[in-house]
Write a protein that binds this ligand. Structure first.
Ligand code: C5P
Length: 223
């Protein structure tokens, strides 16, 4: 199986407040996007396309390894992944979509996703259980109900897809649609989505505290 990966790295990172695109923010001296690319290659992906903010394309090209394709992203994550999908080479039969914002994702998670695709699943996502009590609130912040947490899962990346299924699902999607992940895109097209075990180290860097935790994890040798 020839698997390509799209790394969504075109977000602004405004919630992180670093003053540069989140994917370029350094963790232990290396931009987050470089960690994400390495994980995918270590896990068995053959080809990587990184989707970047058009205005900072040169900065990304300067730090990414040779052989990695760089394309301009869009206004939403969905638009960015769509642009990445169009840039994948003809040999790929499977596509992984990963967030640059998950720098410490273990290569073993990539390998689990690839193994599920190899076994014939058309779509697969890494998930973890929900450990907190989870409730619904109304517009005033009042709790209206508690959600049974046993069937709930937190969804991570990389998410893996049979290439034809992902391409068809994006082709059928409204051009303006903005979904938070790619499993939602293929589910809209009727593709069943399977799960494999995720990993706490796939945690997404969104706010400054997440970066502190990632740096700490490296310091104590967790990754
Ligand atoms: O905003 P959030 O952290 O959920 O973004 C998830 C990933 O999607 C990030 O790696 C971000 O760079 C990427 N993204 C993108 N294009 C956008 C917005 C977000 O590639 N327009």
């Amino acid at each position: 199986m020839h698997a390509a990966a799209i790394v969504a790295a075109a977000g602004s990172g405004s919630r992180l407040g670093a003053g540069l695109p989140k994917a370029l923010v350094p963790l232990a001296g290396r931009p987050l996007v470089c960690w994400a690319v390495d994980t995918l290659l270590d896990g068995g992906v053959s080809e990587v396309v990184v989707v970047v903010p058009a205005a900072q394309r040169a900065e990304f090209e300067a730090v990414l390894p040779r052989g990695v394709a760089v394309v301009d992203g869009g206004a939403s994550r969905t638009a960015s992944v769509r642009a990445g999908l169009a840039a994948i080479g003809p040999a790929a039969t499977a596509v992984l979509v990963h967030d640059a914002a998950r720098p410490l994702t273990p290569a073993a998670v990539v390998a689990r996703v690839l193994a599920a695709l190899e076994a014939g699943t058309p779509a697969v996502i890494p998930v973890l259980p929900v450990v907190d009590t989870t409730v619904l609130v109304d517009d005033d912040g009042l709790v209206t109900d508690a959600v049974p947490r046993a069937p709930l899962r937190r969804v991570q990346t990389p998410q893996g897809f049979d290439r034809a299924s992902l391409v068809a699902a994006y082709a059928a999607l409204d051009p303006g649609a903005d979904l938070t992940d790619d499993a939602a895109v293929v589910r809209r097209a009727g593709v069943p989505v399977s799960t494999v075990d995720g990993d706490e180290r796939c945690a997404k860097v969104t706010v400054a505290h997440d970066l502190t935790l990632a740096a700490l994890a490296l310091t104590v040798g967790e990754s």
